[in-house]
Design a protein around this ligand. Structure first.
Ligand code: TYM
Length: 351
């Protein structure tokens, strides 16, 4: 059966890229199928073990989920470390995946930098834990931004290898099911997950440099709009955003070779729930001096209520903790079934 799982790391401020590339999509997916949304605190410690105030960072992602409109009655909101199945399945996937697969991950190469020998083993195995996050719920759909594409391909590779390596045991255990795989249907245990990377803002770029992705770790705060920014900060950052001297083109093709213009038009389209084409029909021929104020108004109007609700929720951490606890129980009920099945397939004795 179809199911969504996605997650966000509790490291640093949430920004417009996280909101448009992920959180807004999460909200929309709730109408399509059952959903689980995780705060991935185990992933948060892979790059830097000791995190500043991990507990409050975790609460603040949960608050963003709730403030954006994820309904805890319909969707499961929880933090990853609460559900031991993630770590258990990740270990098994560490034995399914190959070191070479991990070494090829661009995010690992970026984060590990030059001194790869000194990166944590957890940073190398990060994608294996991510595959476990998804597959411990046998999730079929994963809404993410474009930067997670390679990790989701690896998740598919892990599912395929597990299904292949254990195909006889899966069949013998009676735990197999029909798994759609491209055009064919095979017998297997884990589904082959579909990444959902759609819409005008799958890769929101830095406001200061159209060739760099908007990121929590950019040292310049002017490079991103944080979910905690007030109207004044949003106005200042958009006003200072890098652009080129030309007017906006009247068609999308005219954005080619103009990364900053393309980015701002994409952000506008995503906030307005429309397309770049539609935005350019409205603003084509106008200067940035006219477009930027319109973008500020739209951003303040869409983000303002979310920010305010996030602040309100964070005043009552007890409520957020209760949501995470109850979500953790629901998640655990599903995850522990998968762990049982996987142990049976592998041949591990269990209670
Ligand atoms: P993280 O915490 O870096 O980012 C959370 C989500 O925000 C998206 N995103 C962006 N989208 C558009 N433009 C941007 N500039 C931008 N920056 C970030 C990310 O693509 C992501 O969807 N590995 C994941 C967390 C994770 C996960 C999972 C995701 C762990 N387990 C299982 C899905 C399923 C990460 O680091 O996301």
């Amino acid at each position: 059966p179809p199911r969504v799982l996605s997650g966000i790391q509790p490291t640093g401020n949430l920004h417009l890229g996280n909101y448009l590339g992920a959180i807004r999509k999460f909200v929309a997916m709730q109408d399509e199928m059952p959903c689980l949304f995780c705060v991935v605190d185990l992933h948060a410690i892979t790059a830097k073990l000791v995190q500043d105030d991990l507990a409050n960072q975790t609460r603040s992602i949960a608050a963003a989920y709730l403030a954006a409109g994820i309904d805890p009655e319909r969707s499961v909101i929880f933090n990853q470390s609460r559900v031991s199945g993630h770590s258990e399945l990740a270990w098994i996937f560490n034995c399914v995946a190959r070191i070479g697969w991990m070494n090829r991950m661009t995010q690992f190469k970026d984060k590990a930098g030059k001194d790869r020998e000194n990166a944590s083993l957890g940073l190398l195995a990060y994608p294996s834990l991510m595959a476990a996050d998804i597959l411990v719920y046998r999730a079929t759909h994963v809404p993410v931004g474009d930067d997670q594409k390679q990790h989701l391909e690896l998740t598919r590779d892990i599912a395929i290898k597990f299904n292949n390596d254990f195909s006889q045991r899966i069949a013998a255990s009676g735990l197999g099911r029909e798994i759609p795989m491209g055009e064919e249907v095979v017998n297997g245990y884990f589904p082959i997950t579909d990444p959902i990377i759609e819409g005008p803002a799958t890769r929101v770029m830095s406001l200061k440099d159209g060739s760099k992705k908007m990121s929590k770790s950019d040292p310049s705060d002017l490079s991103r709009i944080n979910l905690t920014d007030d109207a004044e900060a949003i106005a200042r950052k958009v006003k200072k955003a890098k652009t080129d001297p030309d007017a906006l083109p009247s068609e999308t093709a005219g954005l080619a070779g103009r990364p900053e213009a393309d980015n701002l038009v994409g952000i506008y389209a995503a906030l307005a729930g429309t397309t770049r084409d539609e935005v350019l029909r409205q603003f084509g021929g106008q200067q940035f001096s006219a477009f930027k104020p319109a973008l500020v108004d739209l951003a303040v109007e869409s983000l303002g209520p979310v920010t305010a609700e996030m602040r309100r929720l964070l005043d009552d951490p007890g409520h957020i903790d209760a949501v995470l606890k109850s979500g953790g129980e629901k998640a655990n009920a599903i995850a522990s079934e998968t762990i049982k099945d996987v142990k049976d397939i592998i041949g591990m004795l269990r209670d």
